[in-house]
Design a protein around this ligand. Structure first.
Ligand SMILES: [Zn+2]
Length: 269
């Protein structure tokens, strides 16, 4: 069920958008990053970890979008973290008394019945500039940047050479800008530069959605995403295999996201 991608680092890929939940093993526990999507998947992850003798001792959400904020009672009461900006964004979303009903509307109907929302987003914000996740395990460096969502963080599991990228550097999704940010394009380019700066330390790339890659894929995806964002900025015609044509089965909507970003940016200027 859990698949090893580096020593002591395991992932579970969901059928929903190829979402990757990531587990980092320590002596007697596990850190769980972006815990999973459906209740059945999360139950299976919890069972697998219990059988391995590594109960969840900490959690982390890379950013404040529902598919990265879920949790299951079977993981227990471990502390769950995110960046301060991420936690603030969740608080804002949940200050609306109808937030659960609004989340339900966003869920894909085919899985909506099996997505438990009760524990969604119960994270503690780490103080700004926190350098690593506070837990008793391999050092996990926090690479916060302003792209895709407020307080988005990638994580570098230093001893294992694994970069957990959150919703960046995907081979199936185009860069999705945070159109509410001050400067979505420049922010995104800066984030890609941040990844370039650590590329020499990375052997395995785990995106929030899509395929696991090696060091070569990390560089290729940085280049591909930069090309996409620059083309968007310059309002040139985009040619990107993730948008198509030909559209991939089930991913036709990515082209709509692209159109929406073009329009959103045009309205800003
Ligand atoms: Zn996502």
């Amino acid at each position: 069920m859990l698949k090893q991608v580096a020593q002591g680092v395991l992932i579970h890929e969901s059928e929903f958008l190829q979402s990757n939940a990531v587990v980092v093993l320590a002596g007697a526990g596990a850190l769980l990053i972006d815990a999973g999507i459906t209740g059945s998947e999360m139950t299976a992850i919890a069972d697998d970890l219990r059988e391995r003798g590594h109960p969840v001792v900490a959690g982390f959400s890379t950013h404040p979008h529902w598919d990265h904020l879920l949790w299951h009672p079977n993981f227990g009461a471990a502390p769950r973290y995110g960046t301060a900006r991420c936690a603030a964004s969740v608080r804002e979303q949940q200050s609306d008394p109808d937030w659960q009903a609004r989340e339900v509307e966003e869920l894909p109907p085919e899985i909506a019945d099996d997505v438990p929302l009760d524990l969604l987003g119960r994270i503690a914000g780490l103080p700004p500039e926190t350098a690593q996740i506070p837990w008793d395990g391999p050092r996990v460096r926090i690479l916060e940047h302003q792209a895709h969502a407020p307080g988005h963080a990638a994580l570098l599991i230093e001893e294992r050479g694994v970069l957990v990228a959150g919703d960046m550097l995907s081979d199936v999704l185009i860069p999705m800008l945070d159109l509410h940010a001050g400067d979505p394009i420049e922010d995104y380019l800066e984030a890609l530069q941040l990844f370039e700066g650590v590329a020499g330390e990375v052997a395995v790339l785990v995106p929030g959605h899509g395929s696991i890659g090696g060091a070569d894929q990390l560089r290729a995806r940085i280049d591909q995403d930069r090309a996409y964002v620059q083309t968007l900025r310059d309002a040139r015609v985009v040619s990107d295999p993730r948008i198509g044509p030909p559209a991939r089965d089930g991913w036709e909507w990515v082209a709509d996201v692209h159109e929406g970003q073009l329009q959103g940016l045009a309205q800003r200027s």
